[in-house]
Design a protein around this ligand. Structure first.
Ligand code: CA
Length: 392
């Protein structure tokens, strides 16, 4: 035990594996890594750095160490050094995470090996990254394994106007190349761009759009402001959409950013409200969700009040995923995962302590969440992160 006389080595030996640590070897040489193990035989630290490489450090050479705040023992760091990440998709051992400036990071997780590969988008219209806009939602095509096709939602500019569009892209060695445009000219702005896209149980694409700062247009079914849209995977209007020749599936939304289906097929969405009054809604075809006419518990004939709202608190809810009876919603301002019980209509804090949270994916009893402290917020060393939390 003589090797552990160094008090930093003693401290490191007590850090739980999976914790993110930043070690300084010299004033200019700092490494952030996820701790795999401490080896007491030679007082070395084994960890994974931000590029997924295995690193071994002699802890006697460590000058100082920062241990990330970690109140969540049931939390494993899958990746770090993400740059303003916005959405998570996954297939087999690979996660695909969009970054708002216009890149997609693939994180491949094998049992003993982890790789991180960042690819650019090759588009006919550049990603316009400003304010809340940029590269936002992404979903892999059902036949991705064979075709490498996916769908993304991104902000762009045309004749000085900020707009959004949904495009199909294909993964190549050089990057993700635009294949077809499903829908463009979706209203955009520095704020309220919506941007979540998901494929429903009916194999149609659902898209959330924001009011782009023009609240009253959320009530106009002739425009695409503040709507949830539904289209086929080829970008056409399904014949059973509620309004003739229209992508609009539901309207009266302010800035919805979460979409998910329960096992019974019900669709739910999260929505940013005005100064508090953030919402969780059950989305039904053709219905009006009230913005900007009603907020909170207010009611109006032919308008749907939320299933639950935050009152005067602010969650700033973004991505959501549904598991058994509960909707798990990522909170930006609230900096927590909210768990909303569908049967009890009750909400509780499921997870917190990692700063702003942007998107959630649940698969095989595991919940994956991305933090969003870069871009806006207080990034810590190693931010932003992809974390894994086991569900009981
Ligand atoms: Ca509403």
């Amino acid at each position: 035990m003589k090797l552990l006389d160094n008090c930093l080595c003693k401290l490191i030996s007590r850090i739980e594996k999976g914790t993110s640590i930043t070690v300084s070897l010299t004033s200019s040489n700092t490494i952030t890594l996820t701790l795999i193990k401490f080896n007491p035989i030679n007082a070395s630290i084994q960890g994974i750095d931000s590029n997924g490489h295995m690193i071994i450090i002699d802890c006697k050479k460590v000058k100082s160490i920062i241990v990330s705040h970690n109140r969540n023992t049931n939390r494993e760091e899958i990746a770090n050094q993400l740059q303003i990440p916005w959405s998570i998709t996954k297939q087999r051992n690979s996660f695909y995470i969009t970054e708002r400036a216009g890149t997609i990071v693939q994180i491949n997780v094998q049992i003993k090996r982890k790789t991180m590969n960042r690819k650019k988008l090759i588009l006919t219209r550049q990603v316009h990254h400003e304010g809340e806009g940029g590269l936002l939602g992404m979903v892999l095509a059902p036949d991705f394994q064979r075709t490498r096709n996916a769908y993304v939602y991104h902000t762009y500019q045309e004749n000085g106007n900020t707009l959004n569009r949904v495009v199909q892209i294909t993964e190549t060695r050089q990057g993700w190349v635009e294949k077809t445009v499903l829908l463009d000219k979706i209203p955009g702005s520095i704020i309220h761009n919506g941007g979540r896209i998901k494929i429903g149980p009916d194999r149609h694409l659902y898209v959330t759009t924001g009011d782009a700062g023009e609240a009253e247009k959320a009530q106009d079914v002739q425009t695409l402001h503040g709507k949830i849209l539904r289209m086929t995977l080829e970008g056409s209007i399904p014949s059973d959409n509620p309004f003739p020749n229209s992508y609009v599936y539901s309207y009266g939304h302010r800035n919805p950013q979460g979409l998910g289906w329960a096992e019974n097929g019900n669709l739910y969405s999260s929505e940013h409200g005005p100064v508090g009054h953030d919402e969780i809604n059950q989305i039904e075809k053709g219905k009006n969700y009230g913005w900007p006419v009603i907020i909170g518990d207010e009611t109006r004939p032919n308008m749907v009040s939320p299933l639950y709202h935050s009152g005067n608190d602010t969650w700033a809810p973004s991505g959501l995923s549904i598991y058994r009876d509960a909707i798990y919603v990522a909170g930006l301002r609230g900096q927590q995962i909210l768990k909303f019980s569908l049967s009890m209509k009750k909400i509780e804090t499921f997870f917190e302590g990692e700063g702003r949270l942007r998107d959630i994916l649940i698969e095989d009893n595991n919940l994956y969440v991305i933090t969003n402290n870069t871009g806006r917020g207080s990034p810590r060393p190693g931010d932003d992160r992809l974390l894994k939390i086991k569900l009981k």
